[in-house]
Design a protein around this ligand. Sequence first.
Ligand SMILES: NC(=O)C1=CN([C@@H]2O[C@H](COP(=O)(O)OP(=O)(O)OC[C@H]3O[C@@H](n4cnc5c(N)ncnc54)[C@H](OP(=O)(O)O)[C@@H]3O)[C@@H](O)[C@H]2O)C=CC1
Ligand SMILES: Cc1cn([C@H]2C[C@H](O)[C@@H](COP(=O)(O)OP(=O)(O)O[C@H]3O[C@@H](C)C(=O)[C@@H](O)[C@H]3O)O2)c(=O)[nH]c1=O
Length: 281
Amino acid sequence: MIVVTGANGQLGRNFCRQLNATGLDRDKLDISDQASVAKVLGGLRPSVVVNCAAYTAVDAAEDDPATCYAINSTGAQNLAQVAAQHNALLVHISTDYVFGSNDSGSKDVADHPHQEHDAVSPESEYAKSKLQGERFAAQCPNHLILRTCGLYGVGGNNFVETMLRLAGQRSELSIVDDQICNPTSTATIVKATERLIAANQNGLFHVVNSGEMSWYDFAAEIFRQSNLDIKLTPISSEQFGAKAPRPRYSALDTKHYENATGDSIASIPTALAEYLETRKP
Ligand SMILES: NC(=O)C1=CN([C@@H]2O[C@H](COP(=O)(O)OP(=O)(O)OC[C@H]3O[C@@H](n4cnc5c(N)ncnc54)[C@H](OP(=O)(O)O)[C@@H]3O)[C@@H](O)[C@H]2O)C=CC1
Ligand SMILES: Cc1cn([C@H]2C[C@H](O)[C@@H](COP(=O)(O)OP(=O)(O)O[C@H]3O[C@@H](C)C(=O)[C@@H](O)[C@H]3O)O2)c(=O)[nH]c1=O
């Protein structure tokens, strides 16, 4: 049996749909509650636990780090302990935000995508909590940790949906153009997880759609594919003024995943086109 935590989130929903898994939303299982995790998973005895539960409000986490850590770090620890006890595979999802600044502490403007073994440097509370979560998840002997970026999926509160909503309200938008990453569809992550399990893999993998771009470029692609005529103005992160710091360059290298599975991951425009197609009425 496959169990998905955080089953009401955008990635959790996609996993449940695609894998015919048993979904546990927050009401059925609060992953920060150690006793509940032991009781619920001990009762179900799944062979695979896919952890999609997380505190994902990056800016809000700066004001409430305790809640963020309880879910993203302690929650992962609780799941890892119980999965290990029952010899289950723990699939855990992490983020490109574990990268951020370089060795000298200044903003990372690396000119090549980050590999799994590259030094991490999380800056925000969300990013630090996710890195701790990765380390706890890795304590489960049988684990897969997928780092990804800018997820969008059906039913989600994500950048693509935000852009399409704002396009209905305004004809001009200002979008940051100094954060480079690889926005990725939830469908890509579900498929990659299936491939990794089928290939009997274990460990940490970067999984993102190919072709790095700024949020400004991604917004332009969303409007181009949606035939929407929106005037876009590029702005800096400072001008946008978000509370939490974000990486300047967090593109991820997916060669390790591709070598392990033989799969080649769809490009950002292709994955976006597939997503836009699925949300058509
Ligand atoms: N969104 C993104 O751009 C990215 C996400 N990720 C990672 O991918 C994973 C999935 O994210 P995504 O689906 O986008 O996130 P969502 O915010 O869409 O979903 C997260 C889900 O977790 C639930 N949840 C929160 N706290 C708990 C808890 N204590 N116990 C059980 N469930 C809880 C939430 O419920 P409720 O709504 O009730 O709070 C929500 O349904 C996360 O690990 C995230 O860090 C990685 C990179 C990018
Ligand atoms: C709505 C909006 C956002 N932006 C910027 C803000 C931000 O830098 C960038 C992306 O905004 P979001 O709020 O979607 O991004 P953010 O919450 O930072 O997204 C992240 O989610 C977490 C959970 C992750 O793990 C990351 O991988 C990452 O993609 O776009 C604009 O420049 N203009 C706008 O009008």
